[in-house]
Design a protein around this ligand. Structure first.
Ligand code: EPU
Length: 348
């Protein structure tokens, strides 16, 4: 247990914040002891993984648990399906790379996403047509209410677009320890995302390695590397609106991109928040030391020395503007700590 620990190197935004108490959790025993300490001292607890989807708004007054459980275990391999259990502290991209090397397919589209394996189910990370929830079989958690390990089947995780039960009713009671994935040795590749299909056009045959390489290339060309420019990936979710609302926007603003979330003429439409933000004139703009990334309007960046309030001010200005111009409420995708309340929450 450490005191007054600097969290700046542990959040990919690179924002200054300190933890009153801090514990590197590398065993279940350590986790139990740390939680007991927090209970006795009546401390709030913050579970931190790779720190790549978090906006630390101030110093954390309680105990930060830095999840560092390691290990990968093959539970079953029948020559076709491979079931593999991975500890929460493993790096996500290293795990995806290992799967590719082993010939276990299904996660290629999720290459190069920053963060840890344990964070993947929480917001059901997704990219280029695939969501992690589609490949997860179950999640092993520590249940703080019963002080026991519990296995939650994927069907009970309520996976949805950037959402799961771990963001909602299990947020304070369950801590993710391991994730079990179901992967395939002969997987059909998912080339449904047009940017990815275009990047692979003309390549024959398209192999999992080619998909992995293309995803890495696209990400490197559009998204800033947190090691060079602090950021937490997409800052907002892509809003989902009714088909009628999409038609109305098209009438008012011309060709508004969007794609139906399921079949049927009246299916709701997911709008690219990046388009709304760019069209509202924010792409590349700066407010104090925070800014909108010049190559991808959905990513807010720390130009160096930003305070959390700079990012909050920028985010709120964008939300207010998008609401005013398009009548659409953007919802942050990044987890704010503490969560926005009262006035802050007005536009969230
Ligand atoms: N666009 C703009 N301006 C921009 C960037 C994009 O108008 O500056 C429009 C274009 O119409 C483009 C569309 O937005 O076709 C989609 O852009 P992109 O393919 O870059 O994807 P995105 O919707 O902005 C989402 C995820 C990303 C993920 C990509 C690829 C969310 C919140 N974000 O971004 O996830 O990598 O799709 O699947 O769903 C993340 O969550 O941190 C993240 C990076």
């Amino acid at each position: 247990m450490q005191q007054n620990v600097d969290l700046q190197p542990l959040n990919s935004f690179g924002l200054p914040a300190r933890a009153r108490w801090f514990c590197a959790v590398d065993t279940l025993d350590t986790l139990q002891q740390a939680l007991q300490f927090a209970r006795v001292q009546a401390l709030p607890v913050l579970v931190l993984g790779g720190g790549s989807n978090i906006l630390l708004r101030e110093d954390f007054p309680g105990l930060v648990l830095h999840m560092q459980l390691r290990g990968l275990q093959v539970l079953e391999d029948d020559g076709d399906t491979v079931r593999v259990q991975v500890a929460c502290g493993e790096n996500w991209h290293a795990f995806v790379s290992e799967c590719l090397a082993q010939g276990w397919h299904g996660l290629e589209n999720l290459a190069l996403i920053p963060g840890s394996v344990g964070a993947a189910p929480i917001q059901n990370i997704g990219a280029y047509g695939v969501e992690a929830g589609e490949r997860i079989e179950s999640v092993l958690v520590w249940n703080r209410d019963t002080s026991a390990v519990e296995q939650i089947a994927a069907a009970d995780c309520e996976f949805a677009y950037r959402d799961s039960v771990f963001k909602r009713q299990y947020r304070d009671s369950r801590i993710i320890l391991h994730v079990v994935f179901r992967l395939q040795r002969h997987a059909a590749l998912n080339l449904s995302y047009s940017t990815l299909a275009q990047a692979l056009a003309g390549q024959q045959p398209v192999t999992p390695q080619a998909v992995f390489d293309a995803v890495c290339r696209i990400r490197r060309s559009r998204l800033p590397d947190p090691a060079e420019l602090g950021n937490a990936g997409s800052f907002f979710k892509n809003p989902v609106v009714s088909a009628a609302c999409h038609r109305e926007l098209q009438q008012r603003f011309g060709d508004v991109p969007g794609h139906a979330v399921d079949a049927g003429a009246e299916a709701p439409v997911k709008l690219p928040a990046a388009w709304l933000i760019e069209r509202a004139g924010w792409k590349g703009r700066r407010l104090a030391q925070a800014g909108v990334y010049e190559k991808q309007a959905l990513v807010l960046v720390n130009h160096g020395g930003a305070r959390a309030q700079d990012v909050v001010d920028l985010a709120q200005a964008i939300m207010a503007d998008v609401r005013k111009q398009f009548g659409i409420a953007l919802e942050p995708e990044v987890q704010w700590v503490p969560a926005p309340q009262g006035e802050d929450a007005r536009d969230c």
